[in-house]
Design a protein around this ligand. Sequence first.
Ligand SMILES: Cc1cc2nc3c(=O)[nH]c(=O)nc-3n(C[C@H](O)[C@H](O)[C@H](O)COP(=O)(O)OP(=O)(O)OC[C@H]3O[C@@H](n4cnc5c(N)ncnc54)[C@H](O)[C@@H]3O)c2cc1C
Ligand code: SF4
Ligand code: SF4
Ligand code: SF4
Length: 399
Amino acid sequence: MIHITNRQDCCGCAACAQRCPKQCISMKEDAEGFLYPTVDTEVCIDCGLCEKVCPELNSGRERQPQKVYAAINKDEKIRLGSSSGGVFTALAEQTIDEGGVVFGARFDENWEVVHAYTETKEGLTAFRGSKYVQSRIGNAYKDAERFLRNGRKVLFTGTPCLVMGLKLYLGRDYDNLLTVDFLCHGVPSPKAWRLYLKEEVARMCDKNSASSHPKSLIPERDAPIVGISFRDKHSGWKKYSFALTLSKASAAGEKNTVSLSTLVENPYLRAFLANLSLRLSCYACPAKSGKSCSDITIGDFWGIARFKPEIDDDKGVSIVLDFAKGSVIEELDSVDIQPMNYEVSSVCGNFSHSSIYNGNRPLFFRHLGKRNIMRLFERYAYPCFFQRVMNVIERKLAQ
Ligand SMILES: Cc1cc2nc3c(=O)[nH]c(=O)nc-3n(C[C@H](O)[C@H](O)[C@H](O)COP(=O)(O)OP(=O)(O)OC[C@H]3O[C@@H](n4cnc5c(N)ncnc54)[C@H](O)[C@@H]3O)c2cc1C
Ligand code: SF4
Ligand code: SF4
Ligand code: SF4
């Protein structure tokens, strides 16, 4: 049976919990806010199925893509609502047109990130755009298997480890399944996200500090959240902006207020890119270098200004790594594609390399939930010289 001795060796895909015939594995949130499996040993029959489907115990084969493209969705509105070039929506719309089902990550009613599916184009809006938080997979593999067995086309999208977990969970190939993952930096803690959002909403509501509102807040009755984008493009794709929209009731009626902050200004994004708030498995990712077995990998084509400046309008370009599922990408009418010719690992570092461990991570998580999160980000993600010295002392004392 599954037994986690080192938390780095579990990416939280929940393949084990979904496959267990006795349903004796439950996914429980740890102190850092990530889900890990717990087995009820009284019920377990020691069948070993949970181990057979675990991405951490079944190493994949490294693969190189057959083809590489730069891609842009022809619908500008869709591209502006997407994190890079809008390839996800193009693939998803085609799946829906063919009577299929699309799986992806969306916000739930509490603005937590969950995996879900949709059978309509309207339903795709919720999946569009990156959410830099670990998605809760729930029973998505079971749902996908049911659709596949009924002969429906399924497009499954998610992190490489989620795609790897799905493939192991299914245990066989399906011609009606298309999997799409992305170049993955790692996933931040849902608990850190929850606390950040609470403080940010409080700040926007002009209540000074969240420390005076330890429990209340999401969504506040007088200021419900109406939209969140981790990759707002009003200041340009390359600026990488976070947008939080609240609806405030006033004597004049409902009014939306937007807080917009670029990567350099936003503490949550800075902590994410400083590798402070990531799941432990993301520092030793089991699914990199094509090991996820995904059919297609997408990402931000950051080098586009160097390789093809004529298509770089700062509205977003996707890189598409095609591991050959026929010519799915080439047949999409809704995207402009440009074949590219180079070694992928030379431009996409995180195709093969895991994020580097941040030595302040244990200190950050030790204080998470006990202190103001904005201060924790400041102190551990981008400390000033004096704070760096203090962090070294704190680390030594913690050993
Ligand atoms: C946590 C995370 C880390 C990433 N790291 C990198 C990186 O280092 N380098 C890089 O080039 N690109 C990275 N990306 C991918 C990039 O941000 C874009 O999502 C990708 O380029 C697709 O963009 P798009 O315009 O085609 O479609 P979009 O509409 O932006 O794509 C949305 C897709 O992402 C999926 N998705 C969104 N949030 C999550 C989530 N939390 N968990 C699982 N699936 C999710 C949706 O289901 C949908 O399939 C990351 C994405 C996420 C969510
Ligand atoms: S060994 Fe079998 S019964 Fe026990 S937890 Fe794993 S899958 Fe479930
Ligand atoms: S990686 Fe997935 S399958 Fe393996 S133990 Fe963790 S949740 Fe279970
Ligand atoms: S970095 Fe690897 S382990 Fe972490 S979320 Fe991405 S694919 Fe999963």
